[in-house]
Ligand binder design. Structure first.
Ligand SMILES: C[S@@+](CC[C@H](N)C(=O)[O-])C[C@H]1O[C@@H](n2cnc3c(N)ncnc32)[C@H](O)[C@@H]1O
Length: 238
C-alpha cells in the first residue's frame, strides 16, 4: 500500500519489526500490540510520536475504523480460534488496505512429535497436571486462501521451509525452549511452586528430551540442520 494512515502490528514482541513498519510509512500512525508487559518494556525504546505500543490480547483485537494495514509476524499460532479471528479482521480491511500475517507451519515436525510423546508419558502427565499439547492450530495454506477470499480480499499465500543451521550443542533444544516447549515448562513451573527446588522438574524434563532431539537432529561439523516451515498470507482489498 502506498500511504496507509493507520498500521497495526499484532504480537509485536520487542518491537523491531514494528519500527521497520514506521520507517517504511513515516506518515502513518503505527501501533504495536502485545500481551507481554516484558516484551513491551523492550519495545518502548522504539516509541515515537507516530509509533506507540500497547498491551492487548489478540483474542480480543479487532481493527478500529480507519486501520488500513494489519500485520502480524509469528504470533497467531498462540491464539485459539485464530482462523475465525483473522476472518473477522480480514472483513474489516478497508478498500486499498491489506492484511499480512506469518505463522509457523511446523506442528508436524519431529521436534513437536518428540515433545508430545514425552509429555504424554505417565510421569510427565502427572508432573504437568495432565497437560494436553494443542493440536495443530495453524491451517494449511489453502485454508488461508479461502479465509482471505471469503472476506473479499485478493489472496497471496505461500509457504517456505527454511533449512536453518543452528550452532552449538543441543541447538534444537535451545530453540524449542522459546517456542513449542513454553507451555510444558510453564506447567512444570506451576507444579513446582512451593515444593522442592524451583526448576528441578524442568531440568529433568529437558535432560530426558535432549538425547531424543539429538537423535532426530544430529549435530554435524557445520552445525545442526533444523527445517522450519512458515506460512505467509497477504490479502489486499482493491
Ligand atoms: C515469536 S514472538 C514474535 C514477535 C514479533 N512479531 C517478531 O516477529 O519479532 C510472538 C509474540 O506474540 C505475543 N503473543 C502471543 N500470544 C499473544 C496474544 N494472545 N495476544 C497478544 N500477543 C500475544 C508474544 O508475547 C510474543 O511477543
Amino acid at each position: 500500500m502506498a500511504a496507509p494512515s493507520r498500521v497495526v502490528d499484532l504480537g509485536c514482541g520487542s518491537g523491531e519489526l514494528t519500527a521497520t513498519l514506521a520507517q517504511r510509512w513515516p506518515d502513518a500512525t503505527v501501533t504495536g500490540i502485545d500481551s507481554s508487559a516484558e516484551m513491551l518494556e523492550q519495545a518502548a525504546g522504539y516509541a515515537g510520536p507516530r509509533l506507540r505500543f500497547q498491551l492487548g490480547d489478540l483474542v480480543d483485537y479487532r481493527p478500529e475504523p480507519g486501520t488500513d494495514v494489519v500485520v502480524s509476524n509469528a504470533a497467531y499460532q498462540w491464539v485459539p480460534g485464530h482462523d475465525r479471528i483473522l476472518a473477522e479482521i480480514a472483513d474489516a480491511i478497508p478498500a486499498g488496505g491489506a492484511l499480512a500475517v506469518q505463522v509457523p507451519g511446523n506442528f508436524s515436525a519431529p521436534s513437536h512429535r518428540i515433545i508430545g510423546e514425552l509429555v504424554a508419558e505417565p510421569r510427565w502427565q502427572q508432573a504437568t497436571g495432565g497437560l494436553r499439547l494443542r493440536q495443530d492450530p495453524v491451517l494449511e495454506p489453502e485454508g488461508y486462501v479461502r479465509l482471505l477470499a471469503g472476506a473479499g480480499l485478493s489472496p497471496d499465500v505461500w509457504e517456505t521451509s527454511y533449512q536453518q543451521v543452528l550452532a552449538g550443542p543441543d541447538a534444537v533444544l535451545e530453540w524449542v525452549k522459546g517456542t513449542a516447549l513454553r507451555p510444558v515448562l510453564e506447567a512444570l513451573r506451576g507444579n513446582e511452586s512451593g515444593s522442592g527446588e524451583p526448576g528441578a522438574q524442568q531440568a529433568e524434563f529437558l535432560a530426558e528430551l535432549a538425547p531424543r532431539l539429538r537423535a532426530a537432529y544430529p549435530e554435524r561439523d557445520f552445525g545442526t540442520v533444523f527445517a522450519f516451515r512458515r506460512i505467509f498470507l497477504v490479502g489486499h482489498r482493491d
